[in-house]
Design a protein around this ligand. Sequence first.
Ligand code: NOJ
Length: 752
Amino acid sequence: MLFSAFILASCTNNPKPASEEDRFIDELLGKMTLAEKVGQLNQYTSRWEMTGPAPTENKGAQDLLQELKSGMVGSMLNVNGAEATRKAQQTVVENTRLGIPLIFGYDVIHGYKTMFPIPLAEAASWNPELARLSSQIAAKEAAASGINWTFAPMVDVGRDARWGRVMEGAGEDPFLGSEFAKARVQGFQGEDLADELTIAACAKHFAGYAFSDAGRDYNSVEIGNETLHNIVLPPFKAAAEEGVATFMNGFNTINGLPVTASSYLQRDLLKGEWGFDGFVVSDWNSIGEIEIHGAAANLKECADRAIKAGSDMDMEARAYIKHLEELVKEGQVDETLITEAVRRILRIKYRLGLFDDPYKYCNAENEKKLIYTNENRAAARKVARESMVLLKNNKHILPLATNAKSIALIGPLANDKDSPLGNWRAKAESQSAVSLLEGMQAAIGQTTRLNYAEGCKLSIGPRNFTDRMIFNESDRSGFTKAVAAARKSEVVVLAIGEDCYQSGEGRSMTDIRLKGLQQELFDAIYQVNKNIVVVLMNGRPLAIPEIAEKSAAILEAWHAGSEAGHAIADVLFGKYNPSGKLPVTFPRNVGQCPIFYNYKNTGRPTGMTDAWVLYSCYNDAPNSPQFPFGYGLSYSTFNYDNLVLDQSSIEKGDKLKVKVSVTNKGELDGEEVVQLYIRDIAATYARPVKELKGFEKVMIKAGETKEVEFTLTEKELGYYFPCGKYVVEPGEFQVFVGSNSVDVLQEQFTIK
Ligand code: NOJ
């Protein structure tokens, strides 16, 4: 009898108490040979889709089949579709001695086929509920296609606009990042991992990957332990507390140590202190890259270091499959380490219900009916419009009237049906997004003339691993038509920004201004029409000082997903009152990077005296950003007053209530994100000038006043010492409440 049949008979469909899970896994482990155990730790990519450089020894389909049949593979990534996953699963379940099912992983980052806005954009909604919803729908679509595991959420706190992967995270703040990390884990995993429409999530990249020197992807990371504990780790801890099933480590070193070989991070902290009982997968060949970093002499040493450090599954390095057995036989690695890693992997397979039915996710019926539905697309539109940030709106030029006489729609992104899908687009069909042109056509009244012109081509980011960026710096042939369209229109909507592959993995930039001829196009239009509403579509903060100064309005729309055009039109024409706030600081120029709101004061901050030389500032530009963290306008105006604390002094462990009144002075109902920051004025280790510790998104009717209340507890008032110990220190604190990290009301209290 096949072992899987035995397993089927021995399990029920009800949620299992932990002891049953343990008994099941113990029994299975007891039957496994060392080779079978090592097989469980080995993960291969499919050959038809690669999300990393090809392995040096690229095996053919026959070899792979053979390895699957002989139990040498515990997981696959990049296999998708109910049929393909069923086939691969069948190969393993029916041919291996124990029939242990595979777990199929895939990068489902902001949707599977229905694309939601890129994660950075979703964070701009400051509404974690939306991220929960989009992750839930993404999980449903992926699960219907045979996937059991997503390599998301990326919870790296990203401070550097040069780093292409800022698009994939929730921005620069650990508090906001933690809220989004939790929401995404909930969305992907739901209440029950065994539900056939939920999938396992993966908090990545553990840890510090976003702090690569100079914003260059994969570069070394040099950070102190204070930054590690207070900035980098909190969203990971939040994900672990939320019960995330897996973690992924990273490509980077921290202060010389490859994180894949860090037993402090993986064993002491994650699996020890935080009590994480899922498994850690390496990043693509990050085990093999230990050697390239210069921290192991060969692949065998890489395997040795990684397994000892607590990296459980080897993605595409083939280090474990080649060397672990040998290392155990030589007495170099204790078999219990391997058994422990396998236990963790089996645990997640068990919780997914794969032992009950290895094919439960390969459901062709579900695949037909649950993917890219009207309902999912409606949700994508809802999430997209709430993710947009209104950065400027002079003289209330927005919202546009749907019966305006003439509107020019210009720009290389105006009729782009692909870029809005963004990078990391899983199974989205290329060219499937609603373009802004389509969105506006659907929104305008019959009497409005829409004068469309492309203006210029975009510069194109690399599609394939060997591509280079293609710049358009000379083709101005579309300018004449664009200028004519602008001249004959009351207002110009100018869609500019980044091509979808200009941000994302491996897309670092030394220049974050608009690429190619876009600025020049703006300037040419500006000569004939000053009413320019800029719609930005991009995956990172851009440096746009001239546009910030000269445009009439700016809407940051990001790469907004499948329904982008409709969602942008909803905002432009006032069907939705914008409510997004920046989750990252927008610099004035690239030289300010990394720039972030929660900086430390330094011993020589500017503003202490009139002098500026010998104070901490640039000589050629201000320190302040173009647009600060938390910033975003609405078609309404919100006034803040009556900031009141319920006590001026509290004991350690007490709660402090903070109240503020927010009034909608505008004529439209609108949502406002009320933000609370603190500053610990004198601490053992200097604390940031502001730290976000609470936010609430509230709907306030025109003319209405709402009281918003926050409660501060030890959880918000302390910080980590560099050794990793959490402390609340007595002394003076400031508390700030307002509509962004700069415009705030301020009060003070003491912890005795
Ligand atoms: C490398 C990326 O860093 C990681 O985030 C991704 O999940 C893997 N490739 C798999 O595609």
